[in-house]
Design a protein around this ligand. Structure first.
Ligand code: PGA
Length: 242
């Protein structure tokens, strides 16, 4: 069984979320994680989905307008949280010390961080993907203990493969994904003596999920656009959670 995490970003309106929940009701929901926009959290209350958040505050609590702390997320039943998504690294100018603070806050509240890494188009074309991704791992994990690293999940998301950007996304080949995910796992094993799950993300959809599932080293998927389309998400759950 693979881990399925839906990142609904800011795509859906309230009525569309209600429709999504209704249309995806199935035995699979209890094993899938959905990260909705926080205002819709209550709508998921009676669904069977495991809940995640798309972001978390760096701070414990208090005077941080517009942020949601890990403690608050925990009190709303959140079990996973995405950290360092490329849309936050670039769009919100977040950096490694913030990612570390977020991961610590999440772990203190027993929420599993999903730490995103991935190269852009330029690193890919310069052939420095592994150096780049390795640096993103080390700049955070170098400051963590092995026991804590083992409570984190990594998501490999090449930025050029993520849908919805300025340029059309390209899906990597299975060999490309397998190569980078194996590199990430080996690095974490060699450097920190830790074994952790690694997800793949970037244009996962109902047309490529069957083929992606052939990549043994991948432990699951972080799914954006397709996690807002009931038929696609149901198909993905059926194929990954059986
Ligand atoms: P996508 O997004 O599946 O729409 O490409 C993935 C992500 O950004 O997590």
């Amino acid at each position: 069984m693979k881990l399925v995490v839906g990142n609904q970003k800011a795509y859906l309106l309230r009525e569309e979320v209600i429709e999504f929940i209704e249309k995806t009701k199935s035995k699979y929901c209890k094993d899938a994680v959905i990260c909705p926009s926080l205002p819709y959290l209550e709508l998921y209350k009676d669904s069977k989905y495991i809940l995640g958040s798309q972001n978390v505050s760096v701070s414990e609590s208090g005077n941080t307008t517009g942020e949601t702390s890990a403690r608050q997320l925990k009190s709303c039943g959140i079990s996973y949280s995405i950290v360092a998504h490329s849309e936050r690294r670039a769009g919100q100018l977040e950096n490694a010390s913030m990612f570390l603070a977020k991961i610590k806050e999440l772990l203190n509240n027993d929420i599993t961080p999903i730490y995103c890494v991935g190269e852009g188009r330029s690193e890919k074309s310069e052939g420095v993907t592994k150096d780049f991704v390795g640096k993103e791992i080390m700049e955070v994990f170098d400051n963590m203990k092995k026991e804590d690293i083992e409570r984190v999940i990594v998501a490999y998301e090449p930025i050029w493969a993520i849908s919805g950007g300025d340029m059309p996304s390209i899906t990597p080949t299975n060999d490309e994904i397998s190569d980078v995910v194996s590199y990430i796992k080996d690095l974490i094993k060699d450097k920190y003596d830790a074994n952790i799950p690694v997800l793949y993300g970037g244009s996962v959809n109902k047309n490529n999920i069957v083929s992606l599932n052939e990549i043994e080293v991948v432990d699951g998927y972080l799914i954006g656009g397709a996690s807002t389309k009931p038929d696609e998400f149901l198909f993905i759950m059926e194929n990954c959670l059986k």
